[in-house]
Design a protein around this ligand. Structure first.
Ligand code: HSE
Length: 296
């Protein structure tokens, strides 16, 4: 018995929701998982990326092991992954593999757990990749659309609606930025004033998603806490943001821990216009890039 899975890319944080908000994109990797008579997990091959096949060193292996420890099936799993999402791109490459592994294993066991329950096991893979078991990529990868991590302890995942005209443009400058490194520059403490601004925007964004209020979504796409510190790691960040604003995007920010930059737009045409404007910035440099447009 074999299952073939689409493992989507995701954008974590979405400006005002560091470690709690995420959204799912319509492109990603493909994973194949086959039931084996031998217990345990093995990784047969990985194409499209140079990643370890050792299950203890691989996010899919670590996430999968955490799940089989819970489910204890009397058979095993052989995983093959065809990666399209580059590691260190900021759009949830490790999350796609962790989420795919737990989803596929759960499916081959007859769906004993819900997708929400699988988030915890996928997070164990994220812990290996970034040093922190954050759920803001694996939750949207497993549930689709926008998701909120209302709480980590106890884990409480809340699926959110996506207004139908909302599109995302993702600009990926082809430099690698490790999440671990992008987390190490962050400050441990924040001021009450900054926390207040961030809470207002997170509430505003979520309210905008429920009420299809694109203006409110745009006004709320602001990051008071992380972007000012991290953006220095991203080449031409301010120029890319300005290009997005000038082309009519609702707002923009760092995709996850970067270096990708995302912009949200109302309507596909604006998302394309934003892609053209952002591309023009990096075309004038020697930085190679990829650009994607996706509904949410
Ligand atoms: N919330 C995480 C971070 C996402 O910003 O470090 C990593 O993709």
């Amino acid at each position: 018995e074999t299952i073939k899975l689409f493992c989507p890319a995701t954008i974590a944080n979405v400006s005002c929701g560091f470690d709690v908000l995420g959204l799912c994109l319509d492109f990603g990797d493909v994973m194949t998982i086959t039931k084996t008579s031998q217990k345990g997990i093995s990784i047969k091959e990985i194409t499209g990326a140079d990643l370890p096949l050792d299950i203890k060193q691989n996010v899919a292996g670590v996430a999968g092991l955490a799940l089989i420890e819970r489910l204890n099936p009397d058979f095993g799993f052989e995983i093959s992954i065809d990666k399209s999402i580059r590691a260190g791109s900021g759009i949830g490459s490790s999350a796609a593999s962790a989420a795919g592994a737990v989803f596929g294993i759960n499916a081959l066991c007859g769906y004993p757990l819900s997708n929400k329950e699988l988030v915890y096991y996928a997070m164990q893979g994220e812990a290996l990749a970034s040093g922190a078991p954050h759920a803001d990529n694996v939750a949207p990868a497993l549930l689709g659309g926008f998701t909120l991590v209302r709480s980590y302890d106890p884990l409480d995942i809340v699926p959110l609606p996506s207004p139908s005209e909302l599109f995302v443009t993702v600009m990926h400058p082809q430099i690698e930025l490790k999440t671990k490194d992008a987390r190490s520059v962050l400050k441990e403490n924040i001021s009450l004033k900054k926390a207040t601004i961030q809470c207002g925007n997170l509430g505003g964004l979520i309210s905008g998603l429920y009420t299809n209020d694109y203006g409110l979504i745009g006004r709320s796409l602001h990051d008071e806490l992380v972007e000012p510190v991290r953006s220095i790691l991203i080449p031409y960040f301010n120029e890319l943001k300005l290009a997005a604003a000038n082309s009519g995007a609702l707002g923009s920010g760092i995709a996850g821990s970067g270096p990708s930059v995302f912009a949200l737009s109302q309507g596909q045409e604006t998302a394309h216009e934003t892609a053209r404007s952002m591309s023009a910035i990096l075309e004038a440099t020697d930085i190679p890039f990829e650009i994607h447009i996706s509904p949410i």
